[in-house]
Design a protein around this ligand. Structure first.
Ligand code: MRU
Length: 351
């Protein structure tokens, strides 16, 4: 597919990404060569999706280091410390970004004895982050496929596919597995106002893969679910608290409520790197508030009257009791999530 181009590619001295703000109209690869370009790409959602942000943020450390041409190991380490916040905090909700930036800096600065070995260690740990995410996507796809074997019409929200990860996606990985197995499948992708990740990105990548996808207005999704037309729901996550409360793209909780009312399963698919064990509940998850202009305008055209205000929270938190199971690379986790999450993290060797 056009979309088999991975969303993040390391090109020896710079990063190449597909500018996701332009999809599906234009498939444009842009080059990221310094920290300011990396932060800008993250903040305007040229690169997006929690695991892809982790993979990208890891490599952004390398270009941020090259940019300042440090003359000593101490200078390089101080630049990386600066980037821990500059890049790691560029968006607040997806924990994979902060997790990956911390992991890569800590590992590389521990291992390095000189400037060359520091740069090599950064690149190698960044590649490890991406490779582990690709493997996690495969396992999530396999486990999700088993759970969704009898479901042929599946709802999803936002984009949690190839564009959002270093592999085949989280919520979309089971769709690819079902399609590969030749099982009947129709995906309902809610459009995901205001930035339309469902209508633009999920529709683009699934259509490109030959998967039957129908875009549904956000406002039509609840009635579609309640009328019995959907067999199951699966979404990604940006941060999952220790009790299983899951932050994902704004609007997700509405789909979870409709699924509960309709009696269909509501699955959250995410690698264990999306779990923030330090947060007891979803109430502690910081929700990114984005510029109101994204609500006021579509494609540069003003929708709302001049002078009115708009609110633009980018994520919401689905409470754990609305989640049937959390599908991770460490297994399918069910309530009580405090226990199943703690056990999964100990299986993957996370604290
Ligand atoms: O604002 P975005 O587009 O980065 O939001 C992305 C989502 O909410 C995804 O569902 C989530 O990051 C999971 S991606 C595998």
């Amino acid at each position: 597919m056009k979309g088999t181009t991975p969303p993040v590619v390391w090109a020896n001295d710079h990063i190449q990404i597909i500018d996701q703000t332009l999809l599906p109209t234009e498939v444009k690869i842009i080059e990221i060569r310094n920290a300011a370009q990396a932060v800008d790409a993250i903040q305007r959602l040229a690169i997006r999706g929690a695991p892809a942000l982790g993979a990208f943020g890891s490599l952004a450390l390398v270009v941020a280091l090259d940019e300042v041409q440090p003359s000593s190991l101490a200078e390089a380490k101080s630049r990386l410390e600066e980037c821990r916040t500059l890049i790691g905090d560029a968006r607040p909700t997806a924990v994979n970004l902060r997790w990956a930036v911390d992991r890569v800096i800590d590992q590389a600065t521990n291992d390095a004895r000189d400037l060359t070995s520091l740069r090599t260690a950064l690149i190698s740990e960044a590649h490890a982050v991406a490779a582990e995410d690709e493997a996690a996507c495969n396992e999530i796809g396999r486990l999700g496929h088993e759970l969704l074997r009898d479901a042929s019409v599946i709802g999803t929200h936002c984009n949690a596919g190839r564009l959002a990860t270093a592999g085949t996606g989280t919520a979309l990985a089971p769709m690819y597995a079902k399609a590969e197995a030749g099982e009947p499948l129709r995906v309902l992708a809610s459009e995901t106002r205001p930035l339309l990740q469902g209508a633009r990105l999920t529709a683009w990548e699934l259509d490109d893969a030959g998967i039957d996808v129908t875009v549904v207005p956000d406002s039509a999704m609840a009635s579609t679910v309640l009328s019995g037309q959907v067999d199951a729901y699966i979404v990604g996550a940006d941060r999952i608290a220790a009790n299983g409360d899951a932050a994902n793209k704004i609007g997700t909780v509405g789909h979870a409520l409709a699924s509960r009312e309709a009696g269909i399963p509501f699955y959250v698919a995410a690698p264990t790197s999306t779990i923030d064990i330090a947060l007891a509940t979803g109430n502690h998850i910081e929700i990114e508030q984005r510029d109101a202009i994204e609500v006021h305008e579509i494609g540069g055209s003003r929708l709302t009257p001049q002078g009115v205000t708009a609110s633009n929270p980018a994520f919401d938190v689905t409470p754990n009791h609305l989640i049937t199971a959390i599908i991770t690379e460490a297994g399918v986790l069910r309530a009580p999530f405090e226990d199943s999450i703690a056990e999964a993290l100990s299986r993957v060797g996370s604290p």
